[in-house]
Write a protein that binds this ligand. Structure first.
Ligand code: SAM
Length: 224
């Protein structure tokens, strides 16, 4: 898989992808993440990517030309399955969406700033609009990082144990069951005995019951 991220703050993202599982995923060849500085695609000598909003009002708007140039230069190299714009009025991100996107080959993720991008970018280039929740961030970089992380960890081979992602919350519409590690006793608080029994089938059954109970208590909507 290849993910191209378009941003006017590339350094914010460079460090995010240089650590832990995301770094290993790239080093292992499971994903290639390329961050593009939108300012490299402006014809303006001050490298501006925004301008005043037609009609007036507070806040600048990201111009279409640098974004169009950047997207077209990428499309000249390869075909993209989706051109995603991170935006609070997009479709709300969930696990099902990340499952589907993890099956794609090439994705572009566009990060907005200021009041957002000129609407014509959305009409002419964007194929999918994604929100990470009902709140407004100052830029799309954190949202792009959230989306990329959620996708990349699902790619086969990225997690040490491939079954791990399948037992996480929201797969099978359940929250994950509680987990424990050593010590088996901490200040009088014991790990549930079943987990120390070595009885795999019974442990699986216990975990499923715990996941169901947790989902009933915290997110009954998932069971509807
Ligand atoms: N004027 C826009 C609105 O009210 O919908 C908000 C613009 S916001 C200040 C700047 C950029 O941050 C957006 O273009 C988008 O890329 C990103 N952003 C902010 N909140 C987001 C969210 N909840 N999900 C995804 N992206 C978000």
């Amino acid at each position: 898989m290849r993910i191209d991220i378009i941003t006017c703050l590339p350094r914010l993202l460079d460090s995010f992808f240089a650590h832990s599982i995301l770094q290993r995923a790239q080093q292992g060849g499971y994903v290639e993440v390329v961050v593009h500085d939108l300012r490299d695609f402006t014809a303006d000598k001050h490298r501006r990517v925004d301008d005043y909003a037609f009609g007036g009002g507070a806040g600048m708007v990201m111009q279409i030309e640098p974004i169009a140039r950047c997207i077209r230069s990428l499309q000249n190299e390869r075909a993209y399955d989706e051109i995603i714009y991170m935006t609070p009025d997009g479709e709300r991100l969930n696990q099902q969406m990340t499952n589907i996107l993890s099956l794609r080959q090439n994705l572009i993720i566009l990060c907005g700033h200021y009041k957002g991008v000129d609407e014509r970018v959305r009409e002419l280039f964007v194929t999918k609009e994604v929100s990470i929740g009902d709140y407004v961030l100052s830029g799309g970089e954190l949202a792009a990082a959230v989306l990329s992380d959620a996708i990349i960890r699902l790619l086969p081979g990225v997690l040490n144990d491939e079954t791990s992602a399948l037992t996480d919350s929201f797969q099978d519409n359940l929250l994950a069951p509680p987990v424990y590690t050593r010590p088996a006793e901490f200040e009088g608080h014991q790990v549930p005995a079943i987990l120390l029994s070595g009885h795999e089938a019974k442990i699986d059954e216990w975990r499923h019951e715990q996941a169901l109970e947790r989902t009933r208590q915290r997110r009954p909507d998932l069971l509807e």
